[in-house]
Ligand binder design. Structure first.
Ligand SMILES: [Ca+2]
Ligand SMILES: [Ca+2]
Length: 279
């Protein structure tokens, strides 16, 4: 979409949002609760701790469709690093996962386990559910039927689509693990049930929770901070505390920096919580 049209639609969406959203804005978070990186970029992006509705001109230039986002993710960002996020399984150009080599044993869906999927670290549901387009039937299909939810947000809320297709928030995952994680929060789960063979990934459906392996906990934290600062996707105080600990325990490594640089080359912005770390 040409920039000028994109800006115009963003302004329109912001106006619609203001006009239609009867809900109060998200309450501010505790100032200083999160350790803010010290770089200029970080200060600019996270100038306030309070999540804000994104405004025209401040959003990154993310891929215009999810199909394009996935293609760029697999073919550019992960081209020479074809490993899944949760389980470290290798995948090929045909987007098929080598489950044997990484010791992944499907829990109950072997067909989905064999294919790679683009996982939203911050789920699409969390990006969308507070928006009017998710909650109110603001859209109308060709047959005149009104609808709401993900499809409606994709159609009329450019900031939703921008966030939804943001490569910083997308990682390749074993399809089954992606499906099982659903919209659950990340957290700690008692014990190590290991329902996926050698993959250190647990999902607790009773408590809507997923536990990632230690080496990606910081990555998850920094992406979550980024999504909050960029798109106002709020963290609960409990999540913030957990992610601050994960950020410290699993600091940025060479691959996370390289991944960030590749995404920055594509969509124009880096994640300040990656770039500012350790400086
Ligand atoms: Ca575990
Ligand atoms: Ca890590």
């Amino acid at each position: 979409m040409p920039l000028i049209i994109r800006l115009a639609t963003l302004v329109l969406a912001a106006t619609l949002t203001a006009a239609c959203d009867g809900e109060p804005p998200s309450p501010p978070t505790t100032p200083g609760a999160r350790s803010t990186p010290t770089t200029t970029t970080a200060a600019t992006v996270a100038s306030s701790d309070a999540p804000q509705a994104p405004t025209a001109g401040t959003l990154p230039d993310t891929p215009e469709s999810f199909a394009t986002a996935k293609r760029l993710l697999y073919e550019q960002v992960y081209a020479d690093h074809p490993l899944t996020f949760y389980c470290g399984c290798r995948f090929d150009a045909g987007r098929r996962v080598d489950l044997t080599a990484c010791g992944y044993v499907p829990r109950k869906n072997p067909r989905r386990a064999e294919r790679i999927e683009a996982e939203h670290i911050v789920p699409a549901y969390w990006i969308g559910y507070t928006r009017p387009c998710w909650r109110e039937p603001l859209c109308t299909d060709k047959g005149g039927k009104k609808f709401k939810g993900r499809s409606c947000c994709e159609a009329i809320d450019p900031s939703f689509e921008t966030a939804h297709n943001d490569l910083h928030n997308l990682v390749p995952a074993v399809g089954e693990a992606n499906g099982d994680r659903s919209n659950y929060r990340f957290g700690l789960i008692e014990g190590e049930p290991r329902e996926y063979g050698a993959c250190d990934f647990e999902v607790d459906e009773a408590h809507d929770r997923a536990e990632p392996t230690e080496s990606i906990r910081g990555d998850i934290a920094r992406v979550s901070f980024y999504m909050e600062a960029t798109y106002g996707v709020r963290l609960s105080e409990a999540q913030r505390k957990l992610f601050e600990a994960w950020d410290r325990q699993d600091p940025v490594d060479a691959w996370e920096r390289e991944r960030n640089a590749r995404i920055k080359a594509i969509q124009g912005n880096g994640n300040p919580f990656v770039e500012g770390a350790g400086e």
